[in-house]
Design a protein around this ligand. Structure first.
Ligand code: SAH
Ligand code: SF4
Length: 427
């Protein structure tokens, strides 16, 4: 979401004549897109901001801006802690970035913009893209779920969906500029359409996008188990462009913890949903997020999470230590799991997931997969890297002119994170 918001605002700025430079020292404007989901993310931003103090002393004309969730949440406090910051722009104001920068430049005044404009559509400059073959597309903003630990609804506001027509127009324009894969974004994407005229659902949106010629793959994140309907699973199973990959965070395997997290489902419900999806969608891979050390999480609760992980066999998991966020319901509970225990549980889940990923990837050896080629591999620039429909990363031999194309690759070696293969054809 932050990457996309950055891309959209860089597009807006580029239309005003701004250019992107490679080095911080060459920049006249330095912008941070921030996250406030955990304390660690905020600490990192403050440390980066602190490091800019000397640069700002040397070149006071440089504009330093903080955008996104942390800007929305901390507002004025950022100026107090970091007096060399010129701009604090919240989650719903970044489409006005060009005029804000102009104001700072012309009047030398600071700008604080944390009002709550209901932005739904942001003009997209197809000229500025992080990657021409893949694109993120926001289909809704905000979240109405209020999971007890989560700051998102407070900093991103209430759910608001874009219309199918708006999304379709954007995707069509991306495709006519070479895009082959879109990832639809929403904090709680299964409730897409709520509030729009005519009982529109995510299934309707996917069905419409599936019709677009030239588009090969559609992904969507993030799914919430309580809002993921069986009807949607049936729709996905019918649509050939929708990839066989679900990012649907379970957060915990313990019913007691899930209740305190206000997730709205017990672990059994999650298990049944995955079984149903796997029955209908062959080769489906599932990814999840987990929080360890939530208030009151006992060893037995944690073991339930371990069991869930072992049983579902996720393709990939993001595991976080619980971090209390002021203003949320969970912040009223005692953060009583010692940090040492949080760390040990985090490590245990990471190791378990690593083992599962390696075992699952090993099953891919000898199989042919279709890869959308993204570019040179980061670890070896002489090889190419891309993804399968199931979101495996594949590294293989091939020339740069395959970038943006679909390649057939046979897998011969794997690690827990990557499949390695040989090119057998492209289309
Ligand atoms: N909207 C998405 C993700 C939101 S934040 C969803 O509902 O799935 C991304 C992840 O951060 C969450 O899935 C959760 O695992 C983690 N997270 C959110 N708040 C947290 C907190 N206070 N402490 C630790 N992890 C947190
Ligand atoms: Fe946060 Fe829950 Fe909304 Fe996800 S669904 S953004 S975890 S409140």
């Amino acid at each position: 979401m932050n990457k996309l918001d950055a891309e959209l605002s860089l597009g807006l700025l580029q239309e005003e004549g701004y250019k992107i430079v490679d080095k911080v020292d060459e920049a006249d404007v330095i912008l941070f897109y921030t996250c406030s989901v955990r304390q660690h993310a905020e600490d990192k931003v403050y440390s980066h901001l602190g490091a800019l103090k000397t640069l700002k002393k040397r070149r006071p004309e440089v504009i330093v801006g903080v955008l996104g969730c942390m800007a929305q949440k901390d507002g004025e406090t950022i100026f107090k802690r970091m007096p060399h910051v010129d701009l604090v722009c919240g989650t719903r104001m970044f489409s006005r970035l060009p005029e804000m920068l102009l104001k700072i430049r012309n009047h030398g005044s600071r700008v604080l913009a944390i009002d709550e404009d209901q932005i739904v559509n942001v003009k997209r400059a197809v000229t500025y893209r992080l990657n021409f073959y893949q694109a993120f597309v926001t289909v809704m903003r905000g979240c109405d779920n209020y999971c007890s630990y989560c700051i998102v609804p407070y900093v991103r506001g209430r759910e608001i969906s874009r219309t199918i027509a708006d999304v379709k127009e954007e995707v069509q324009s991306l495709v006519s500029n070479g895009c082959r894969e879109v990832t639809l974004l929403g904090q709680n994407i299964n409730s897409y359409g709520k509030g729009l005229r005519g009982n529109v659902t995510l299934g309707d949106l996917l069905t419409e996008l599936n019709e677009i010629d030239g588009l090969d793959r559609i992904r969507f994140v993030t799914s919430h188990p309580a809002d993921m309907s069986r009807g949607l699973i049936r729709t996905i199973s019918r649509l050939e462009k929708v990839c066989e990959y679900l990012h649907m965070p379970a957060q915990s395997g313990s019913d007691e913890v899930l209740k305190r997290m206000r997730r709205g489902y017990p672990a059994g419900y999650y298990r049944d949903l995955i079984s149903y999806a796997r029955e209908l969608i062959p080769h489906l891979t599932v990814a999840s997020d987990f929080i360890v050390g939530f208030p009151g999480e006992t060893e037995e609760d944690f073991q339930e999470t371990v069991r869930l992980m072992e049983d579902i066999r996720f393709q990939n998991c993001f595991i976080f230590k619980y971090s209390p966020r002021t203003g949320t319901k969970a912040a009223e509970l005692k953060d009583d799991v010692p940090d040492e225990t949080k760390r040990a549980r985090n490590l245990k889940l990471l190791e378990l997931q690593k083992k599962i990923s390696l075992e699952e990837n090993t099953k891919m050896i000898g199989k042919k997969v279709d890869v959308l080629v993204e570019g040179a591999s980061k670890s070896n620039p002489n090889r190419l890297s891309g993804r399968t429909r199931q979101n495996h990363i594949v590294v293989f031999n091939g020339s740069q002119d395959l970038v943006g194309k679909l390649a057939g690759v046979v897998i011969h070696e794997v690690t827990d994170l990557t499949l390695f293969g040989l090119l057998i054809g492209c289309g």
